[in-house]
Ligand binder design. Structure first.
Ligand SMILES: Nc1ncnc2c1ncn2[C@@H]1O[C@H](COP(=O)(O)OP(=O)(O)OP(=O)(O)O)[C@@H](O)[C@H]1O
Length: 574
C-alpha cells in the first residue's frame, strides 16, 4: 500500500498515536455505556427510585466522555500536523535534489500542487478517517449489538434501511472517486498555469497576452467548475435518498416504539436508549461509507507524491572519502573534455565528440553561433546534466568522482540573465554561503564587484529588497550583484556567460571592471560576446553546431579560421 510506504518516510510519533488509540477506544466504550446509563436513570425516575448519586455519576461520566473526545480531537490534529510537516519536509528535501532534467519535463506548478494539495488530502484522510476508524467500528458494532440485546424486533426494522442506502452509496462512491481524481489533476494543471503566468507577468503584459492567458485559465477553471457541479449533482441525489431513508426509519422506529410503550412491552428508558444507539451508530456509518472513496482518492494523491519521491536524484557522493578530494582542495588543475558527446533528448545530439583543455588560471573563451552548445558546456561542468559519452576531468579525475557539493563549491557561475532571488541585496550577495561572514566581507565584496556605490544610494542599503528575480534592479546592477555573489565564494573555477544585452557605456565600464576583478587568478571559461574579451583570452574555442572547429588565440584564429574572422566582423563584437 503506497500510503504506508509514504508514511514510513516520516518519523511516526508512536507515543502520540498510542495515546490517540487508547483515548478513542475509551471514548467509544463510554459512548456505548451512556445509553444504558440513560435508560437506567430514566427508568429510575419513572419508578421514583432515582438517587442524587445516580445523577452525579451520570453527569461525571458524560463530562469524562466530553473531555476524552476533546482531547483526542486535539491529539489527532497534532498527529496530522506532525505528519504533514514530516511529509513536506521529506518531499521538499527530495525535490530540491532532483536533477534539472526533471524540471525540463515537469511544470513547476504541478510539483507545487503535489506539495500543497496532495499533502492536504493525505492529512484529511488521516485526521478525519483513519484515526477515527477504530472508535467508529467499535461504536457501530457495539451499538448494533446493544440494539439487538435491547429489542431485536426494533433493530430488524432499522436494518431494512441499510441495503437501501448501500445500493445507492456503492456505485456512486466509485463515481465520486473518479471525479475527485480528475479534480486533483485539473487543480495541479491550474496551479501550473498560475505559476507560469505570474512568474512572467511582464511578458504577458508587453505581448498583450492577458486575453490568451485568461482563456487558457478559463478552460481549467471551467473544468473545475464542471467537476464541482458533477459532484454537487451526485450529492444532491445521494443526500435526499439517505436522509429520507433515515427519517423514514426514525419515524417507523418512533411510531413502533411508542406503540410498544403503550402496550407495556417496552420501558420509556429502553426506548430512549434505542434512539440514543441509533443516532450514535448513524454518524460513523455515514463517515465509514465514505471511507473507501476517500481511501482511493488518498491513494491517488499518495502515489503521485511517492512517485515524486522515487524520482532519480542527483548523484551526490557526499560521504565519499578518498584521495580525489585532496585534488579539489588544490587550486591548480586543468579541466579536460575528453570525447564528450551530449544530448538532452533523442532528437538532437548537442555536443559531438568534443575534446579540449581548459588550462588552470588561464582565460578560455568560447564563441560560436547561437545554439551551438556553449551554455551546454557550462551545464555539464556544473553537473546539471550528465555527459552521454566521454568524460570531463579535473586533475585527470572524472568530475563525477568528486562529491557534488564540493565540486560546485569550486565553481562560480555568473549567468547571462544574472538570476537573483527575491530577498535583500545582502541575501543575494551571500547566497549559498554556509559559513559566517562579517560586515567587512560584505563591504569588501561590494567594493570589488563595483556595487558599493549604487547600494549606498538605496535607502535600505544592503537590506533593499530586489523584487522577484531582481526586477527592481537595473541590468547592470543585477550583473554586479551576481559577480559579487560569485566573488563571495572565492571559486577556483569561473564560468562567465557574458551578457549580450548592451549596457550603457558607464554601466558597461563598471561591470567590466567588476569582471576583471573577478577573473584574477582563477581558471576562467567565458562565453564571449565582446571583442575585448576574446582578445584578452589565452585561448578561444570556436564551437559550431556542437563541434569544435578551431582552438587558438584571437590572432591565430583570425588568420586560420575563416568562420571565426567572419564571426568577429559580423557579430556585435565591438
Ligand atoms: N534543457 C534543454 N532541453 C532540450 N534541449 C535543449 C535544452 N537546453 C538547450 N537545448 C538545445 O541545445 C542546443 C544548444 O543550446 P545551448 O544553450 O547550449 O546553445 P548556446 O550556444 O549557448 O546558444 P546561445 O548563444 O543562443 O545562448 C540548442 O539546440 C537548444 O535548443
Amino acid at each position: 500500500m503506497t500510503l504506508l510506504k509514504l508514511l514510513n518516510l516520516v518519523k511516526w510519533p508512536k507515543a502520540l498515536l498510542f495515546t490517540i488509540i487508547v483515548l478513542s477506544i475509551a471514548s467509544a466504550v463510554i459512548s456505548l455505556a451512556l445509553p444504558i446509563l440513560t435508560r437506567d436513570l430514566i427508568d429510575a425516575f419513572t419508578n421514583n427510585s432515582a438517587s442524587s448519586k445516580d445523577v452525579i455519576t451520570y453527569i461525571v461520566i458524560f463530562a469524562i466522555n466530553g473531555l476524552a473526545g476533546g482531547t483526542s480531537f486535539y491529539l489527532i490534529k497534532l498527529l496530522g500536523s506532525k505528519i504533514m510537516f514530516g511529509l513536506r519536509e521529506t518531499i521538499f528535501s527530495n525535490i530540491i535534489k532532483l536533477p534539472v532534467s526533471y524540471y525540463d519535463r515537469t511544470e513547476t506548478g504541478v510539483v507545487i500542487s503535489r506539495m500543497t494539495d496532495d499533502v492536504e488530502t493525505i492529512n484529511d484522510f488521516i485526521t478525519e478517517k483513519l484515526t477515527n476508524l477504530i472508535s467508529q467500528v467499535i461504536i457501530i458494532v457495539g451499538s448494533i449489538t446493544m440494539l439487538f440485546i435491547l429489542d431485536w424486533k426494533l433493530t430488524v426494522l432499522i436494518f431494512i434501511a441499510i441495503p437501501i442506502i448501500l445500493v445507492v452509496i456503492i456505485p456512486i462512491g466509485n463515481l465520486t472517486y473518479k471525479i475527485a481524481m480528475e479534480k486533483q489533476d485539473t487543480l495541479a494543471n491550474f496551479t501550473g498555469l498560475l505559476n507560469r503566468v505570474l512568474s512572467e507577468i511582464r511578458l504577458v503584459k508587453v505581448y498583450n497576452a492577458e486575453k490568451k492567458e485568461l482563456s487558457n485559465a478559463n478552460k481549467s477553471l471551467k473544468d473545475l467548475y464542471n467537476l464541482s457541479l458533477k459532484e454537487a449533482k451526485i450529492q444532491s441525489i445521494v443526500s435526499p435518498v439517505v436522509t429520507s431513508t433515515l427519517i423514514f426509519v426514525l419515524f417507523s422506529v418512533i411510531g413502533y416504539g411508542v406503540y410498544r410503550i403503550s402496550i407495556g412491552t417496552l420501558t420509556a428508558g429502553t426506548f430512549v436508549a434505542i434512539i440514543f444507539y441509533l443516532v450514535q451508530a448513524v454518524t460513523p456509518m455515514a463517515s465509514l461509507s465514505a471511507f473507501f472513496t476517500e481511501f482511493k482518492k488518498t491513494e491517488g494523491a499518495t502515489k503521485k507524491l511517492y512517485d515524486l519521491y522515487l524520482e532519480e536524484k542527483e548523484r551526490l557522493l557526499e560521504n565519499k572519502q578518498n584521495n580525489d578530494n585532496e585534488y579539489i582542495e588544490q587550486s591548480l588543475g586543468d579541466i579536460e573534455f575528453k570525447n564528450v558527446s551530449f544530448a538532452y533528448n533523442e532528437e538532437e545530439i548537442v555536443l559531438k565528440n568534443v575534446n579540449f583543455k581548459i588550462p588552470a588560471q588561464k582565460i578560455t573563451a568560447i564563441v560560436g553561433p547561437s545554439g551551438s552548445g556553449k551554455s551546454t558546456i557550462f551545464y555539464l561542468l556544473e553537473r546539471l546534466y550528465q555527459v552521454s559519452e566521454g568524460e570531463i576531468t579535473f586533475h585527470n579525475v572524472n568530475i563525477n568522482e568528486y562529491p557534488l557539493h564540493e565540486w560546485r563549491k569550486q565553481i562560480g557561475y555568473v549567468m547571462q540573465e544574472s538570476s537573483l532571488m527575491g530577498g535583500t541585496i545582502e541575501e543575494n550577495l551571500v547566497y549559498g554561503i554556509d559559513n559566517n561572514y562579517t560586515e567587512a566581507d560584505l563591504h569588501r565584496i561590494a567594493k570589488i564587484s563595483n556595487s558599493e556605490e549604487f547600494i549606498a544610494k538605496f535607502k535600505d542599503k544592503y537590506q533593499t529588497l530586489v523584487g522577484e528575480r531582481g526586477v527592481k534592479l537595473s541590468g547592470g546592477q543585477k550583473q554586479r550583484i551576481s559577480i559579487g555573489r560569485a566573488l563571495f565564494r572565492d571559486p577556483k573555477i569561473l564560468l562567465l556567460d557574458e551578457a549580450t544585452s548592451s549596457l550603457d557605456s558607464e554601466s558597461e565600464v563598471y561591470v567590466q571592471e567588476a569582471i576583471n576583478n573577478l577573473i584574477k587568478d582563477r581558471t576562467t571559461l567565458i562565453i564571449a560576446h565582446r571583442l575585448s574579451t576574446v582578445k584578452n583570452a589565452d585561448q578561444i574555442i570556436f564551437l559550431d553546431n556542437g563541434v569544435i572547429t578551431g582552438i587558438g588565440t584571437h590572432d591565430e584564429l583570425m588568420s586560420s579560421h575563416e568562420k571565426y574572422s567572419y564571426f568577429v566582423q559580423t557579430q556585435s563584437f565591438d
